[in-house]
Design a protein around this ligand. Sequence first.
Ligand code: PMP
Length: 352
Amino acid sequence: MSKFWSDVVREIEPYVPGEQPKIAGLIKLNTNESPYPPSPEVAKTIDRDAVDQLRLYPDPNASELSQALADYYQLDVGQVFVGNGSDEVLAQLFMAFLQGRGTVLYPDISYSFYPVYCQLFGVPAKTIPLREDFSLALADYSTEAAGIIFPNPNAPTGMGVALDEIEQLLKARPDTLVVVDEAYIDFGGESAASLVSRYDNVLVVQTFSKSRALAGMRVGFALGQRSLIEGLERVKNSFNSYPLDRLAQRAATAAIQDDDYFKASCAKVVATRDRMTSRLEALGFTVLPSQANFIFAKPPAAVSAETLAAQLREHKILVRYFNRERISDYLRITVGTDEQIDTLLAVVESLL
Ligand code: PMP
């Protein structure tokens, strides 16, 4: 008879992150990171003094960063919670508000961490299919539930949900916690941060990993009314009171305060995305309307997405191919620099 813990281990199906290859010279368009470095202010703040202070524990409340975020989103500091990447913030909100409380609804197709957390925390899940055109219609989320979670824009489709649809949902479901995962919001979506002060059933989760180019530092945050933030704080303090290290707190504060750099790099990504979309469409691809820093595209009939992804890899270009029902003909391609995208387009053209 097998030991019960072996069974438990086998039952856990962890999330598999995108490939982070060690080989230099690859054009990495597979995990939706920023193609640009973080704000130059980030490098300036990681100075000798910051290093000397590493002997001290970090501020457990990340007060400076929380205040900078509150200022940025015009909220009260008590409406901000920071964590070690938005994946961790999502785990904490599952622990605080969803575990043991009922069903969680999320879209099928969507971010593959949601089923992992449902399984990990023993939360019953119900998936709501995307519409035929891959749009995420919140009117379809009518089942009784403790929570509803979805990314806006959705991943891997890149398609956005309108703010008034989110507001309708918040009004219609006052007893359901609605989590808007805004990992990709800064590339053209409408943030639900503006709804936080008016609705006590919404948590907006964002990350510094994409638009602020700090994926390697692991900084995420949630915005919500005080009672929700307090719930998250309680989980944090029962678990890891020092989620963000000193360097991450400094770096993220410097990044959020450099708005000009942030806006300029988002604008560059959006311009490249739109140019890349037109070129791929001209080559016969079907490209879903993206509001994110990636596109989701189906190659012309002559070539399969799987083959194209393998061929691009031989040309040292990494893109993401999903081997799943409904989306196995699609590639998800992160928006790189103009130069990277020109190389991608030239290689794609030569392969068709
Ligand atoms: N939500 C979505 C929809 C994502 O795609 C990602 C990135 N994989 C995350 C959350 C997590 O981002 P991070 O943990 O780097 O903040």
